[in-house]
Each structure stands twice: as structure tokens, then as C-alpha cells.
Design a protein around this ligand. Structure first.
Ligand code: NAD
Length: 293
């Protein structure tokens, strides 16, 4: 069993981006600029956005964090996004989800200029991804592809089972792994909350991706010997033994599942850092397309 170390793989990606950014600076060219928009005071969201801003600093991108109070009106938020859309100094825009109930995430996503949609959630971005046209790939599925690539894991002809069908993880993952690409060329099964016999599907997977947000959901008897297991889940669980008062748990019961796997991601330190590295790659791409192509 080998650990798919997302910290290491993401560091390699960030190191290579850092060199490319340094080259841009040396040549007097503009460096990528990511703007992150955060609404409210959700602790997890604040942590994610801070990690994204830190990653920008690490690779030499410019970054701006715009923090609105929870009560911000939808109108004000959408106006800000329109300003960012037309600001030539801004390459990528991300709005951290979830948003407060009074704001429609769909409307917000639809307002982002697709050429700056580095999270890859805009319908036009998703459409291009489905068709296999060049575009931004949503950061978490993209991070998983990069992780598979980093560890040279063969996907062609494999049976990939994905648990979870959200628009940001499960569904795009199913499309990407079934595409005629590398990584890709899998036969894909997508399971969700209405799937019957989920355990049997899971146990037939060569590559099992758990993205449902239920700590420890995937047990040892749901995993085939030698499977590759990717745990996307991140759930904060109350834990009095931790200084923060909580621990982060994945969707896979790691201790019992790991001995059966050929490869497995830990939580934390697996998919999470890869998601951020993928976002950095998308931001670099947005800048390159705008300024240098
Ligand atoms: P979501 O709540 O939008 O979707 C969950 C999906 O799981 C749904 O499609 C649902 O049908 C399915 N599901 C729920 N219960 C199920 C069950 N009992 N059996 C089968 N399917 C079931 O979640 P999401 O946004 O896709 O996120 C999933 C998890 O991944 C969460 O823990 C989230 O925090 C984490 N996440 C991690 C990263 C990362 O960078 N590592 C990024 C995004 C999301």
C-alpha cells in the first residue's frame, strides 16, 4: 500500500509554477492575479480561502481577498463580481461556497466572466469540459487527475466508482474519468444517495472515489483488494482532544481500508492540497490565455 501524498504532489506543482512566475517577472510580464471573494464568517470557508491566498503568495501570484459581511445584499455582491469581470488587472475570480441562504450561488456563478472562472463552475465552462474542449477544470476533480498523473496510476480500462454526484466533485469527476484522455478512459459508475447495492458497486471498483461528506462511510468490506482509493471528504467532527475543538475526517475508514489498497489518499494531506494546486494552475492558465496567447 502506498500513500498518495497530496502535500508532496501539490508542492511539486507549486514549485514548477513558481519558476514559471519568476520567469514572467524577469521578462517584465504581468503575474497572475487571483481574487477570492468570501461572504460571512463560516470557519471552514475562512480556512480554505486563507489557504488559497497563502498558496498564491507561495507561487508568486498577486492575490486579493474581498470579505463581505454575512448580510451583504445579492445586488452588492453581483456588482462587485461585474467590476472584477471588467478589471484588466484581475485574471481569476473565485467565490467561496457555500453562500448565505439569501444569495443564489447559481446567480453568482453565472455572473462570473467564464474567462476568469478559475473554479470551473460556470455553465459555459462545464459545457466545454463535457465536450472535451480546452477550459478550466473544476479544482477538486482536476487536483485528483493531477494526483493520479503524479503517481503514474494507470486509469485506462479501469472501473472507476464515484460516490457522490455534486456539481463540484462527483459529476465532473465522472465525466473526466470517462473521457478519452489520460488520466481517463475509465468505465465509470456514479453512486448517490438513491443507489441500491452501493456496497457491491464500490467493491467492484479498481478506482474508488468517495465524495459524499459522511465520515468513515467507506468500510473495509466495500473495497476490492488492490484498489486505488481517493478520499475527497472533509468533515469537521467535534473532538475535545484537539486544540481547535474539532478534527478533520474523510469519507473513508482509513485504518481498516488502507491495508487492502494499492494506493490511498490520507485526510488531511490528500485531495485538499491538490485542489489548491489545481486552482493555482487554472489561475496561471487564465493569465496566460489573456496576456500571452
Ligand atoms: P454535496 O453534499 O454537494 O454532495 C454529496 C453527494 O453525496 C450527493 O450527490 C449525494 O447524493 C451523495 N450522498 C450523500 N449521502 C450518500 C449516501 N449515504 N450514499 C451515497 N451517496 C450519498 O458534497 P460535495 O460538495 O460534493 O462534497 C463532498 C465532500 O467532499 C464533503 O465532505 C466536502 O467537504 C468534501 N470536499 C472536499 C474538497 C477537497 O478539496 N478535498 C473539495 C470539495 C468538497
Amino acid at each position: 500500500m502506498q500513500i498518495l501524498n497530496g502535500k508532496e504532489a501539490s508542492q511539486a506543482i507549486k514549485d514548477s509554477l513558481k519558476l514559471e512566475v519568476a520567469q514572467l517577472s524577469t521578462n517584465g510580464k504581468t503575474v497572475p492575479h487571483l481574487v477570492a471573494v468570501l461572504v460571512g464568517n463560516n470557519g471552514a470557508s475562512e480556512t480554505y480561502v486563507a489557504a488559497k491566498v497563502k498558496a498564491c503568495e507561495e507561487v508568486g501570484f498577486k492575490s486579493t481577498l474581498i470579505h463581505f459581511e454575512e448580510e451583504v445584499s445579492s445586488l452588492k455582491l453581483l456588482d462587485k463580481i461585474r467590476d472584477l469581470n471588467t478589471d484588466p488587472d484581475v485574471d481569476g475570480i473565485l467565490v467561496q461556497l457555500p453562500l448565505p441562504q439569501h444569495i443564489s450561488a447559481e446567480e453568482v456563478i453565472n455572473t462570473i466572466d467564464p474567462s476568469k472562472d478559475v473554479d470551473g463552475f460556470h455553465p459555459s465552462t462545464v459545457g466545454k469540459m463535457v465536450l472535451g474542449h480546452p477550459t478550466f477544470i473544476p479544482a477538486t476533480p482536476y487536483g485528483i487527475l493531477l494526483l493520479l498523473e503524479h503517481y503514474k496510476i494507470e486509469t485506462k480500462g479501469k472501473h472507476a466508482v464515484i460516490i457522490g454526484r455534486s456539481n463540484i466533485v462527483g459529476r465532473p469527476m465522472s465525466i473526466l474519468l470517462s473521457a478519452s484522455a489520460n488520466p481517463g478512459n475509465c468505465t465509470v459508475t456514479i453512486c448517490h444517495s438513491h443507489t441500491k447495492n452501493l456496497n457491491e458497486f464500490a467493491a467492484s471498483a479498481d478506482i474508488l472515489i468517495a465524495a459524499l461528506g459522511k465520515p468513515g462511510f467507506v468500510k473495509e468490506d466495500m473495497v476490492k483488494q488492490g484498489a486505488v482509493v481517493i478520499d475527497v471528504g472533509i468533515t469537521r467532527v467535534l473532538d475535545a482532544s484537539k486544540k481547535s475543538g474539532y478534527s478533520i475526517q474523510g469519507d473513508v475508514a482509513f485504518e481498516e481500508v488502507a491495508p487492502k489498497c494499492s494506493f490511498i489518499t490520507p485526510v488531511p494531506g490528500g485531495v485538499g492540497p491538490m485542489t489548491i494546486a489545481a486552482l493555482m494552475k487554472n489561475t496561471f492558465k487564465a493569465c496566460s490565455v489573456k496576456h500571452f496567447e
